[in-house]
Design a protein around this ligand. Structure first.
Ligand SMILES: [Zn+2]
Length: 257
């Protein structure tokens, strides 16, 4: 068992990585990779908040399964990890109202970032990650890879990728739970891993160990600019190559008109 990392050490790691007071930070994390740390996932949330300071805004994805009517005050997250699940339940945290693709935020820009956003696409230009981009925020991948990076769906929307898949989602329609289809640029997302080489070659990524996890920090603007440039050259660059047996990417290819 590794030794628990202290909150002071965690904060120093985050600051060395480039998280800074007053910043807007979108965090995707797997706590299992970061642990053990002092105070568990709550200690991690506190450390992120302390480094951002009172002028900074912390943002996390709090997506849900879409199988029941979404209530931002009660609906648990689905596959977002323990850190995000505990974060949205905390004091002064705002949660957006998208029935499947919600985000939570705390800080001066929380209301702006979590303002109502279109049903489709859930993570397009006008969505919480899109607003993190507008605010010149940063993306922190803490113990996870680019496949978890929702900001790349913003890039897909800006580039106008030709694939789109519909998923069912339950919404409240004047008090009646109703199933609607929500179109999004869905695929297995393993292809997002190509960003590593593209960003690395341009020196746009900061990386170091945070807690026990490998962490990547990148400016949202740099990430989206490079992704859009690659998508303009090859609109299908994030999909697995044909014939590689990835059913999700095959579906995305089949959706191209
Ligand atoms: Zn795939």
């Amino acid at each position: 068992m590794n030794a628990a990392v202290s909150n002071a050490r965690l904060e120093a790691d985050l600051a060395s990585l480039g998280v800074h007071p007053g910043g807007v930070l979108l965090v995707h994390t797997s706590f299992r990779r970061v642990m053990p740390v002092e105070g568990g996932p709550l200690g991690l949330i506190a450390a992120l908040g302390n480094v951002l300071g009172s002028e900074g805004t912390l943002v996390m994805p709090t997506m849900t399964d879409g199988e029941s009517v979404f209530d931002p005050r009660t609906t648990p997250t689905c596959e977002m990890g323990i850190t995000a699940e505990l974060f949205w339940r905390q004091h002064r945290v705002v949660r957006s109202t998208h029935p499947g693709g919600s985000f939570a935020a705390r800080g001066p820009l929380a209301e702006t970032i979590c303002a109502p956003h279109p049903l489709s696409p859930p993570h397009g230009r006008d969505s919480p990650p899109g607003r993190v981009l507008d605010a010149d925020g940063q993306v922190l991948l803490l113990g996870v890879g680019y496949s978890e990076c929702t900001m790349l769906h913003v890039a897909e929307d800006i580039a106008g990728v030709p694939y789109s898949i519909e998923h069912p989602c339950v919404v409240d329609n004047d008090g009646v739970a109703t199933r609607v289809m929500v179109a999004e640029t869905d695929h297995c997302c393993r292809g997002f891993g190509r960003m590593e080489g593209w960003l690395g070659a341009r020196g746009m990524v900061r990386r170091r160990r945070v807690g026990h996890a490998s962490a990547i920090l990148v400016s949202a603007r740099d990430l989206v600019a490079v992704a859009v440039q690659q998508l303009r050259e090859d609109p299908l660059c994030f999909l697995c190559p044909p014939g590689t047996g990835c059913s999700e990417c095959e579906k995305a290819r089949a959706s191209v008109r």
